[in-house]
Design a protein. Structure first.
Ligand SMILES: [Zn+2]
Ligand SMILES: [Zn+2]
Length: 247
């Protein structure tokens, strides 16, 4: 349990680092942000297809499909149905972000998203440590861009820098809440962990296909889409390494 919390803290810290970079106005090379998002997209989609969906089906049987689509729908609902404007990466559309309401709704969307990041790591590790570790890598790869996103959304809406920093901290806390909730579920019953696992498969699919891929497709740099395949390859290499180390 302590190990899982530790991994959660690492992911939450990456979030706050992303936020801090924006708050300190450090020059953050756009290319690095794009490459991280592309790498993460390829990795997370390969993870969903090769591990999360098959394992969910093995755990729960046919009903897993239902939980997968619910997980997908939950993130879609909180990020893009009730929220007017939210996308990954540094906020550059200052004209649509002037209202405080827009920034709070984007914050809420990211809060739910980050909650599921933690939830997925914890559900994965509770079920199978090496799958959990792969989920952790997938989450960690996009955590700095996520921190950049939340802090820049806040600054775009003319919130003070302190608020932008605390917003990224709060998103980090959301990740930890997701980690902890699975322990609560695990103490209730083991089937709940299976359901959590299937939900997080759907959530991860949404993050890869709908949060990350659209950012890559908008890029004018044609190397970025190629890096998605690099992310898939990275998944394969990580999985092989993990199997030879952890058995
Ligand atoms: Zn925007
Ligand atoms: Zn995330």
């Amino acid at each position: 349990m302590l190990t899982i919390i530790l991994f959660g803290l690492i992911a939450a810290t990456a979030e706050v680092i992303g936020g801090t970079l924006i708050v300190l106005r450090k020059e953050w090379p756009r290319k690095v942000q794009e490459y991280l998002i592309a790498l993460s997209a390829g990795f997370i989609l390969a993870l969903v297809v090769f591990e999360l969906i098959p394992e969910s089906l093995a755990l729960l049987g046919e009903v897993a499909s239902l939980y997968i689509i619910i997980g997908f729908g939950l993130i879609h609902f909180f990020e893009h149905t009730i929220v007017g404007h939210l996308h990954f990466g540094e906020e550059t559309h200052h004209e649509v972000m002037v209202s405080k309401v827009a920034s709070f709704s984007a914050f809420t969307g990211l809060f739910i998203h980050a909650f599921f990041d933690g939830f997925s790591i914890s559900a994965g590790m509770n079920f199978d440590f090496s799958i959990g570790l792969l989920i952790f890598i997938a989450v960690l790869l996009h955590k700095i861009p996520e921190g950049l996103t939340v802090a820049s959304v806040m600054l775009s809406a003319n919130h003070p820098r302190k608020t932008a920093f605390f917003a990224s901290l709060a998103i980090g806390v959301a990740t930890m809440l997701g980690i902890l909730l699975v322990f609560l579920l695990a103490s209730v019953d083991q089937k709940a962990v299976g359901i959590a696992f299937a939900l997080s498969a759907g959530a991860a699919m949404y993050v890869g296909a709908s949060d990350l891929i659209p950012e890559i497709n908008r890029s004018t740099n044609r190397i970025t889409p190629l890096i998605v395949f690099g992310g898939m390859l990275l998944f394969y290499i990580s999985k092989q390494l993990m199997e030879s180390i952890l058995g």
